[in-house]
Design a protein around this ligand. Structure first.
Ligand code: USQ
Length: 402
């Protein structure tokens, strides 16, 4: 299969490129190095020392004998996007090439507008390029569980059967996104659904939960193949951040009451899910939605798991209650369906002490690279005090939701 990976220099994109290449697919990656530039802007960096994309590709060739083609450019440019599709003619497009950060999108008007422009426009270009050059290709788009928010009912996979005033229909599940970033994914969902209905394109939206993990089978082959690992407040996700904090003894940054519950999955399972979606494509005209996570946890449960696992490998760390910099529900019902990928054969890597301990051990090897000043949150959903560190509060009840 000819597979085009958009965002192929990223946390998930690079391991996905190697994973498909290793399995005999013809792979090309597209990237404009935006993530690397956003880290420069914020004064942050990946924990793992990552090589330039061209060096990674060269190392992959040395280690496995396999080629990965590289296109450097911006999908927000139609000229660039159309050239890539015309030349490579992908059969499957895996679209990770977007800004994935809720906090980054909430910094101010400029970051909100930029996140919208980048994500929504680049996705539109991809849809138009598929329609024009490869209308039978399958789009595998990375969406997010955060599109649904936390409604007080069970979350279905994309659609809900509604019985209203005596009539029935199966309609898109209601969306309650929690940040400007999450909103962009909702806009993409509507745009993709529209082109499947109107142009007959085929697409799978993978509504992914929060990903954790530092290694995959391919990154392990050689340290030049490492993927990035972010732990700063913008680009680091909860569990990855807690593991880094435990290594340098910063009290774990639990926001608010810590009862916020989300779906989580291991980075290895992201690769398996994307493969399952690609090998079992949507039908022409079909817009399929899979909820992509394997387990759900509250932030408090994660913090306690990291604290316990860290102790077992020699690190003592406290859990701190930070006033919540976000506006989000801290007590809520959460029950999201996630059976479609399991039905296709997903065998999850579940989270446990041992796995967290192994992650902490690997993180400790890069301890000297940790930028301590970028860990405590400063970006507030309501604006105002941006740049001022969020306070630790004695009691959870004292934490104002700002
Ligand atoms: N949280 C803390 N402490 C931290 C970081 C986060 O308590 O140091 C809390 C947040 O308040 C939130 C939860 O942990 O309640 C998850 O936050 P996160 O930063 O790990 O994840 P989130 O901002 O939701 O975004 C991440 C990815 C995003 C993806 C999303 C899936 O960055 O690209 O779309 O996970 S989901 O959460 O299902 O929307």
């Amino acid at each position: 299969m000819r597979v085009l990976i958009l965002g192929g220099d990223g946390y998930l994109g690079w391991p996905t490129a190697m994973y498909f290449s290793q399995r005999g697919h013809e792979v090309a990656v597209v990237d404009n190095f935006l993530r690397r530039r956003m880290h420069l802007e914020r004064g942050t960096d990946s924990l793992t020392p990552i090589r330039p994309l061209q060096e990674r590709v060269q190392a992959w060739k040395e280690v496995t004998g396999k080629d990965i083609a590289v296109y450097v450019g911006d999908l927000a440019s139609w000229d660039f996007t159309s050239q890539v599709f015309r030349e490579f003619r992908p059969e499957t497009i895996i679209h990770y090439g977007q800004i994935p950060s809720a906090p980054y999108s909430m910094i101010d008007v400029h970051h909100a507008v930029f996140t919208h422009q980048n994500n929504v426009i680049n996705n539109l270009h991809v849809l138009y390029a598929i329609n024009e050059f490869v209308p039978n290709a399958h789009l595998v788009k990375l969406g997010t569980m955060g599109e649904y928010g936390q409604p007080n009912i069970d979350i279905e996979e994309g659609y809900i059967d509604i019985d209203h005033n005596g009539r029935k229909d199966r309609l898109p599940f209601p969306k309650l996104p929690g940040s400007m970033y999450h909103l962009t994914k909702v806009h993409d969902t509507h745009n993709i659904h529209f082109v499947c209905r109107v142009w007959g394109l085929r697409a799978t939206d993978l509504n992914q939960g929060v990903v954790y993990g530092i290694e995959t089978d391919e990154t392990r082959l050689d340290d030049r193949l490492l993927t990035r690992f972010d732990y700063d407040e913008c680009f680091g996700t909860a569990l990855n951040r807690f593991c880094v904090q435990s290594v340098i003894g910063i009290p774990l940054t639990m926001y608010g009451k810590g009862n916020q519950t989300r779906g989580y999955l291991n980075i290895r399972d992201t690769l398996a899910c994307v493969e399952l979606a690609s090998l079992n494509p949507a039908k022409a005209g079909e817009f399929r939605v899979f909820n992509q996570f394997t387990e759900q946890f509250s932030v408090k449960e994660l913090a306690e798991l990291v604290q316990k696992s860290a102790k077992e490998v020699g690190y003592n760390v406290d859990i701190a209650h930070y006033e919540n910099p976000r506006v989000e529900k801290e007590e809520h019902y959460y029950n999201a369906k996630h059976t479609a990928l399991m039905d296709l054969g997903l065998k999850p890597n579940y989270l446990g002490d041992e796995l967290v301990g192994t992650m902490i051990g690997r993180i400790a090897q890069f301890k000297d690279r940790i930028i301590r000043s970028q860990i405590v949150p400063q970006i507030r959903w309501k604006g105002g005090d941006q740049g001022k560190k969020v306070e630790i509060v004695e009691k959870v009840e004292d934490a104002p939701v700002k």
